[in-house]
Write a protein that binds this ligand. Structure first.
Ligand SMILES: [Zn+2]
Ligand SMILES: [Zn+2]
Length: 351
């Protein structure tokens, strides 16, 4: 018999969230039941609920930045015990057999990775995410949250953290490199903290200087406004890596001119419109332009361990279940500092 758990449920793209109950499956032999403590609000949640990325499957429970503790395990689970501090990110299943899965890139599973919410699982059931008191996840997709990281600050690492960690590692952020992080939102603030902890010299490129004090506290040595044309003159040829986290239209060629020879511009934001680039900006200086999409499970665990080692968590504002609709509007308006995290114990079903 399926069990129920309190959850924040959206019934349509315009309904907002109500507090109700959802069913989760009985534990399979390899399943882990997690008592969720906190769930981060990622901009993807908002795009999905509001159907800005296409039709969503309602009723919908979003949330793929999940932190909590193990409440129960299936009979064949060996890696997890009741009480373990754990997290779940953007993925809850993959084929486990393709070359991508075997190479720890479950996010690029050729059969199709199953997203934590609004995804059809291999069993045909639609997945429901972390805005709930509990979730059931196969043990392969459960991450260990080290004791050094508060659960509320760990939750956003499961998406915002890994999204920025993967490209920084891949493109060599470290001692002796100069990294620019474009945008100081949920992703950007993690990019700054991680790149600084890796030993890179970090510059924030933000629309204004309003978050400069925070950016420097997160580890940036320089902070410039992109609204000031002088920024693009002063910093020409300055960076090995530019990590772009913004989802607005942007002057790509201007940014490419900020790269050193052989530098890399990597995109993790997703502007709604197509952007144009003059290939001369890439050819003159052997520059690369690329993208990055979250990371695999092994990389996500490495990221969590790295954060614990360097004393990094997300900078969060903890909110209650009733505040989520308002929080969505504030995220869209860039008013959050720097990630909202829902205290899921505040979800009280009205029915
Ligand atoms: Zn996300
Ligand atoms: Zn696969």
């Amino acid at each position: 018999m399926p069990t129920t758990t309190p959850a924040l449920i959206a019934d349509s793209s315009s309904s907002g969230f109500r507090q109700g109950t959802i069913e989760h499956r009985d534990l399979r032999p390899d399943d882990v039941l997690i008592d969720i403590a906190y769930a981060g609000i990622c901009h993807s949640d908002i795009h999905t609920v509001r159907e800005e990325w296409g039709p969503a499957h309602f009723p919908l429970v979003t949330g793929h930045e999940i932190a909590g503790t193990v409440a129960a395990v299936g009979e064949e689970v060996t890696r997890w015990s009741v009480g373990d501090r754990v997290g779940v990110g953007c993925l809850v299943d993959s084929c486990g057999e393709c070359e991508m899965c075997l190479d720890d890139h479950e996010n690029f599973c050729t059969k199709g990775a199953v997203g934590t919410y609004n995804s059809k699982g291999y069993d045909g059931e639609w997945t429901k995410g972390g805005y709930a008191r509990q979730v059931v996840v196969g043990e392969r997709f459960v991450l260990r949250v080290p004791d050094a990281i508060e659960l509320s600050q760990a939750a956003p690492l499961l998406c915002a953290g890994i999204t920025t960690y993967t490209p920084l590692v891949r493109w060599g952020a470290g001692p002796g490199t100069k990294v620019a992080v474009v945008g100081m939102g949920g992703l950007g603030h993690m990019g700054v903290k991680l790149a600084a902890a890796m030993g890179a010299d970090v510059t924030v490129l933000s629309q204004s200087l309003s978050k400069e004090e925070d950016g420097r506290a997160f580890g940036a040595s320089d902070y410039r406004a992109t609204s000031d044309p002088q920024t693009f003159t002063d910093l020409r040829g300055a960076f090995d890596v530019i990590l772009c986290t913004v989802s607005a239209d942007l002057p790509v060629d201007q940014y490419l001119r900020l790269l050193k020879t052989f530098g890399t511009f990597v995109m993790v934001g997703l502007p709604e419109n197509d952007q144009s680039v003059n290939f001369g900006s890439l050819i003159s200086g052997d520059k690369a332009m690329t993208g990055s999409n979250i990371g695999g499970i092994k990389g996500t665990q490495e990221m969590l361990d790295f954060c614990a080692e360097h004393g990094i968590g997300a900078t969060v504002e903890v909110i209650s279940a009733g505040e989520v609709d308002a929080a969505y509007d504030k995220v869209v308006g860039s008013q959050v500092r720097y990630r909202y995290v829902i205290d899921t114990s505040t979800i009280i079903p009205a029915d």
